[in-house]
Design a protein around this ligand. Structure first.
Ligand code: GDP
Ligand code: MG
Length: 301
């Protein structure tokens, strides 16, 4: 299966919930106020979010008024365009020339931080880059073991301490080791328990501080990993983590598991943090650079 078809398959629940329902809605209808209001309900049900949905619908109403949307074929095209307009400047992960390039992942437990790091490690190793993983979720021994499995799978190095150790010390050792070994990329895993409690946020701040002290330009990327199946809660999580550490991008995982993939649009509208990666499954190549046009085309095609 080609990459685009795999993406379509990964988004199939949202396609069914949003696009197929929109098509049913459009069948033999004239484009009027009533139809557009019904479309707005569909957008909200797909987690596009109330503000983004309202913006999209008012832009469509404007076009209808100007006679630019004579029928539902044009309406579908215009809908795609409006969604693309909102999410357009999303981008993938780009490693700059600065070495080692450090990516710190943060997020609530179970969102897919460790898995995303594992998939990224595979991708970078494939590109011939020297990768070091930092087992910064020291809260549970199992979390360290999980990262070790990914390290083995991709043949990359891992820096780990015993469970219960200070995650900042693990991150520090990984950066020092990466400098000594001329590594290209350091991927730092972290714990995600109790995101509403102050101690995790303090821990993350410390991890970030220690990395920056050793390497002033780092971390180059602070990636917030969020689970698409948790809906609008994603927005809440992003706000909390943003207060502690400056988030440079979002990895939106488990899009394959939700009918409400419209959350991509809500994230852009509400947070203005670029979605850089999307997860559409558990396998190594189920992590994609986010591309707005491709995403919308895969949904609607
Ligand atoms: P962490 O607690 O944030 O480190 O989360 P994990 O990386 O341990 O992931 C939690 C679960 O989510 C694991 O079972 C992963 O396989 C699963 N997972 C992660 N990303 C995706 C994805 O894009 N799609 C699906 N279906 N499962 C995912
Ligand atoms: Mg983990």
């Amino acid at each position: 299966m080609g990459l685009f078809d795999r993406l379509k398959q990964g988004l199939s629940k949202t396609r069914k919930n949003l696009v197929e329902k929109a098509e049913q809605l459009f069948y033999r209808r004239v484009v009027d106020e009533k139809l557009l209001n019904e479309l707005e309900d569909l957008l909200i049900m797909a987690d596009v979010g109330p503000r983004a949905s309202a913006d999209i619908i008012s832009a469509l109403k404007e076009k209808v008024k100007k006679g630019e949307i004579p029928d539902t074929v044009e309406l579908k095209k215009a809908l795609k365009d409006e969604i693309k307009k909102i999410i357009r400047d999303g981008s993938g992960i780009n490693i700059t020339a600065d070495r080692p390039y450090v990516i710190l992942t943060v997020g609530v437990n179970g969102t897919g931080k460790t898995t995303t790091i594992g998939k990224l490690a595979g991708r970078f190793a494939n590109e011939g880059l020297k990768v070091i993983l930092a087992a910064g979720d020291t809260f549970r021994a199992a979390a360290i073991e999980q990262l070790e499995i990914w390290a083995e799978r991709s043949g990359v190095q891992i820096v780990k301490h015993k469970s219960g150790a200070d995650p900042a010390a693990v991150a520090f050792d990984a950066v020092v080791s990466a400098k000594a070994k001329n590594a290209d990329v350091v991927l730092v895993d972290t714990a995600g328990r109790l995101h509403t409690k102050i101690n995790l946020m303090e821990e993350l701040k410390k991890v970030k501080r220690v990395i920056s002290r050793e390497l002033p330009a780092a971390p180059h990327e602070v990636l917030l990993v969020v689970d698409a199946t948790s809906g609008q809660n994603v927005i809440h999580q992003a706000k909390i983590f943003s207060e502690a550490v400056h988030i440079t991008g979002i990895a939106l995982t488990k899009l394959d598991g939700t009918a409400r993939g419209g959350i991509v649009v809500a994230i852009k509208k509400e947070l203005n943090i670029p979605v850089k990666l999307i997860g559409i499954g558990e396998a190594m190549d189920d992590l994609r650079d986010f591309n707005a046009d491709e995403f919308v085309d895969a949904l609607f095609e």
